[in-house]
Design a protein around this ligand. Structure first.
Ligand code: KIV
Ligand code: ZN
Length: 388
């Protein structure tokens, strides 16, 4: 087992499945270039058989990207797989990701296939893909709601056919962290030759636990690839958020003990680009990349951060692409933060008594106005000077 955690970004594929998030091929290329700078290991660029436009987008990305593996999704049939292989032909490093549903519900109601038919199709698909590329990922769709014995049988067979990555999706975001982690662990223990493949987690966010479930899949289950998207973009409530999983593993390296190749300095830029491209606004309190992620409004917190940033910051804003953290002045702010802002604005006051007077006026204004901007302070201080 490696100590490296592989980051597989699927913003351009599963992220695009979010209603209203469709992207042109040039938009996909721009995002792919930024993902390459972010040093993600694998970029899932699209689903080539789904449309000519997506085929072209995957081809464009495959031809342009040199430092990340480019992946194309395909259902478990020869036509889809051939289309993916064709789109990926120009890639420096390519992967075919083939999937078929394995849960009783999906097999019976959606595929209308028997478990034996699904088993055969999974095997044949991986065999066919392995004849075209050396790097093949297999996903049992709705894997988490599948029967354990059947899933073990399918996974054993596809590993024997040469699947290099086994991805276990929680397609509908039904998992609970501890249960999902144990599910992956049990699979790895029960499937013969499980160490011949890298195990991967792919969690949806329907119950708001995609990141927590993915982390459990890594820590408890021993998965070494996480599938995720920028801003957690994806079907319904989205996928596991890339910026959150990356910063969790980095910030708590003491617990996870894993390395990643990611250059986190580009996280904010990637978040902004995906948000602007799709029109999906990032909520202010979103971890890592939200406008308030490194903002402090309460006087006690502001005082602490001004004395030592670690008091209320577990990671540095600058490490994920922000120019600095933020002290937001308002009615909860304390004298220390106010005084510090005066210094930053180049305002010098004769005495502590003058600062006290200005601070009292600031507090009075802050009770009427929710956020105080630098212009407000400058106006307040110049009034002060005028009245002296
Ligand atoms: O959620 C899912 O099951 C998927 C598969 C296609 C991997 O996105
Ligand atoms: Zn998915």
């Amino acid at each position: 087992m490696t100590d490296k955690l592989i980051i597989f970004d699927t913003t351009l594929r599963d992220g695009e499945q979010s209603p209203g998030a469709s992207m042109t091929k040039d938009e996909k290329l721009r995002i792919a270039r930024l993902l390459e700078r972010l040093k993600v290991d694998v970029i899932e660029a699209g689903f080539p058989a789904s449309s000519n436009g997506d085929f072209e987008a995957v081809r464009l990305v495959a031809n342009a990207i040199k430092d990340s593996t480019v992946c194309g999704l395909s259902r478990a049939n020869d036509r889809d797989i051939s289309r993916a292989a064709e789109a990926l032909k120009g890639a420096a490093s390519s992967r075919i990701h083939t999937f078929i549903a394995t849960s009783p519900l999906h097999m019976e109601k959606k595929l209308r296939m028997s478990p034996d038919e699904v088993f055969e199709q999974a095997k044949l698909a991986v065999r066919f893909a392995r004849n075209l590329v050396g790097d093949v990922e297999f996903s049992p769709e709705d894997g988490y709601r599948s029967d354990m014995d059947f899933l073990c049988r399918v996974i054993e067979a596809v590993i024997a056919e040469g699947a290099t990555t086994i991805n276990v999706p929680d397609t509908v975001g039904y998992a609970i962290p501890e249960l999902y982690g144990t599910f992956i662990k049990t699979l790895r223990e029960r499937v013969p030759n499980s160490d011949k493949a890298i195990w991967s987690v792919h969690c949806h966010n329907d119950l708001g636990m995609a990141v927590a479930n993915s982390l459990a899949g890594v820590k408890i289950g021993g998965a070494r690839q996480v599938e995720c998207t920028i801003n957690g973009l994806g079907e319904r409530a989205g996928n596991c958020s890339l910026e959150e999983i990356v910063m969790a593993v980095k910030t708590r390296r003491d617990y996870f003990g894993l390395d990643m190749g990611i250059d986190a300095q580009h996280l904010l830029a990637a978040s902004r680009m995906v948000s602007q491209t799709t029109g999906f606004v990032v909520q202010p309190n979103k971890a890592v990349v939200g406008a308030n992620a490194f903002a402090h409004a309460s006087g006690i917190h502001q005082d602490g951060v001004l004395k030592a940033r670690d008091t209320y910051e577990i990671m540095r804003a600058e490490d994920v692409g922000w120019s600095h953290n933020k002290i937001v002045l308002g009615k909860l702010s304390g004298r220390n933060a106010f005084k510090q802002r005066l210094v930053e604005l180049g305002v010098t006051m004769e005495s502590e008594a003058d600062i006290n007077t200005a601070f009292a006026r600031f507090k009075e204004l802050a009770d009427r106005k929710s956020e105080i901007f630098d212009e407000d302070i400058l106006a307040l201080v110049s009034d002060e000077e005028g009245s002296n």
